[in-house]
Design a binder for this molecule. Structure first.
Ligand code: HXC
Length: 510
């Protein structure tokens, strides 16, 4: 009996070594942890249950049968994050560069299927060289099995991809099908074709970082939803994120104990909006002051910074926040901001996370660059996303809500449940200058008349009261009471239920 137990111990120890000490040291020398070290940090201590540790590939091409490493380049299993089940797979770069073989794909498929059955999130940690070259079409088919499962799981369980090393070829498309992608700065990159191929095909000389580093994907391409300094920081942030997310699309948001009084008054909010309507202020200050303990997990922080998206909690329950940011481009809606917010709104709606929208928007960004770039379709994405929401929607207009952007930013008319405005709100088709120059064009040469018309327009239209008089907003609230009012509204809407007409699926303006 002892022999059998020893044999198991030896086989396990051998499997845990992956590609061997030399490659583990090389991994460490590059500032990266190994697949197993990453899983240890991601999950609660001692909670990891590994599957398929002894799986080996079956390839015989190019001498592949002479090198078989147990686990075959991916560590898979499940564990807990603060007591809640999550499934995980981590590419092991020390084994064939983490490349995907037929059996490697089957290991991931098994985890994907179990995660859907158990209705728990799945997290993929990537550090890999794409399709296992020696396996040819078997590897390509393996990717397709992974992709299809990604799509079937979309909207059922949260899927998170964390890029922690190279990520090329097939390894970029599975992440792209998941809900969130996060990257590690300086040590990770993702691209469909690497710098060498780029040089051959287009003659363009570019480094891996310039082509697909975190600096590109978290700020320019919007492929990544965030980037962190190193492996440890990234994995700790993933634990934080999991705490905000529902396990699936039916369980509802997790509820954590909170010591932050929901009746808390925040007097400083009464002076957040400057007297001068053209002066910016930081909308994140409002978010941080209304949520529990100021704990905010921002999504896509460095992309389209004119809109802020992220998760916070009110009364211990997760809320998705969407807020125009007056500090960047005056909070205008452009194509990027519309896409960013639309994707976030759709995630929240899919997983029953209520959405609070803070509005201070001067409109859509004019100009050829925007129009040629498809602003109409991108703006429509956000309009579509909010209009199809069945989750509780609470909107607070803090200052400007001009033109089409008023409609788009979770107006009552497209489906929001509760719409509040601060006394500083200005709800109008456009700002005073533009409006007066159009409706009083004949007076343009007369400065006094124009000034008088402007004052008249401002006092009548640039306030929340016309909208309040007509019921387009439900109440004008004191800024200091915003947290309390939000908490009450969200509490009242907790069991909101609306039906949408039966259909196969919608046709989002892509
Ligand atoms: C088999 C691979 C491999 C692969 C790396 N290795 N990629 N083995 N198939 N795709 C092995 C190497 O032979 C090496 O083995 C070890 O992994 C580490 O690789 P290195 O090249 O030494 O490491 P590094 O210099 O850090 O470069 C990492 C890398 C590079 C950038 C990922 O290996 C690389 O470019 N690999 C190929 C990437 C690629 O083009 N993949 C196919 C994409 S096509 P030893 O034994 O020396 O440790 C694809 C199609 C799917 O994925 C499409 C679906 C839509």
């Amino acid at each position: 009996m002892k022999d059998v137990l020893d044999k198991l111990d030896t086989r396990r120890a051998n499997a845990r070594l992956g590609g061997g000490m030399r490659r583990i040291e090389a991994q460490h020398a590059r500032g990266k942890l190994t697949a197993r070290e990453r899983i240890e940090l991601l999950l609660d201590k001692g909670s990891f249950e590994e599957f398929d540790m002894f799986v080996e590939h079956r390839s015989t091409e190019f001498g592949a049968d002479k090198t078989k490493i147990p686990g075959d380049g991916v560590v898979t299993g499940w564990g807990t994050v603060n007591g809640r089940t999550v499934f995980v797979f981590a590419k092991d770069f020390t084994v064939f560069g983490g490349s995907l073989s037929e059996t490697h794909a089957q290991k991931i498929n098994k985890i994907q299927d179990m995660a859907v059955k158990a209705r728990a999130p799945i997290i993929g940690l990537y550090d890999a060289g794409g399709a296992r070259i020696q396996e040819g079409v078997a590897a390509l088919a393996g990717y397709s099995y992974v992709f299809r499962r990604n799509v079937l799981a979309s909207g059922v369980i949260p899927q998170i991809s964390v890029i922690m090393g190279p990520c090329a070829g097939g390894d970029v498309y599975s992440p792209a099908l998941t809900d969130f992608i996060f990257m590690v700065k300086d040590t990770s990159y993702m691209f469909v074709t690497g710098p060498d191929v780029v040089k051959t095909v287009t003659n363009e000389v570019v480094t891996a970082e310039e082509l697909g580093g975190a600096s590109v994907h978290a700020t320019r391409s919007s492929i990544a939803d965030g980037a962190y300094d190193n492996d440890v920081e990234t994995l700790l942030q993933m634990r934080r994120l999991i705490d905000f997310l529902p396990s699936n699309n039916t369980d509802g948001v997790p509820e954590w104990p909170s010591f932050d009084d929901i009746e808390r008054i925040e007097p400083s909010l009464d002076t957040l909006v400057p007297e001068n309507p053209n002066k910016p202020y930081d909308i994140k200050e409002l978010i941080l002051k209304v949520i529990d303990e100021g704990d905010f997990f921002e999504i896509s922080e460095t992309f389209a910074r004119n809109i802020v998206t992220g998760f916070g909690r009110i009364a211990g329950r997760t809320v998705g926040f969407v807020a125009n940011q007056p500090m960047v481009l005056a909070g205008v809606l452009d194509g990027d901001a519309s896409r960013k917010a639309a994707r976030f709104v759709r995630f929240c709606d899919a997983f029953n996370i209520p959405i609070v929208t803070f509005v201070d928007v001067p409109g859509f960004l004019p100009g050829t660059a925007q129009e040629y770039g498809g602003l109409i379709k991108h703006g429509a994405k956000l309009l579509f996303a909010y209009s199809q929401c069945t989750v509780p929607l609470v909107t607070v207009i803090t200052r400007k809500a001009y033109g089409g952007a008023f409609d788009v930013m979770a107006s009552k008319e497209i489906g929001a449940d509760i719409n509040y405005a601060w006394p500083t709100a200005q709800i109008a088709v456009m700002g005073a200058k533009g409006a007066v120059e159009i409706i009083f064009r004949a007076d343009i040469g007369d400065a006094d008349k124009i000034a008088a018309r402007t004052r008249e327009y401002e006092s009548r239209f640039l306030s929340p009261f016309i909208a309040a008089e007509r019921g387009y907003i439900d109440d004008v609230i004191m800024p200091h009471s915003t947290r309390k009012r939000l908490a009450r509204a969200l509490g009242m809407l907790r069991d909101k239920h609306v039906e949408i007409p039966a259909k196969k699926h919608d046709n989002l303006p892509l």
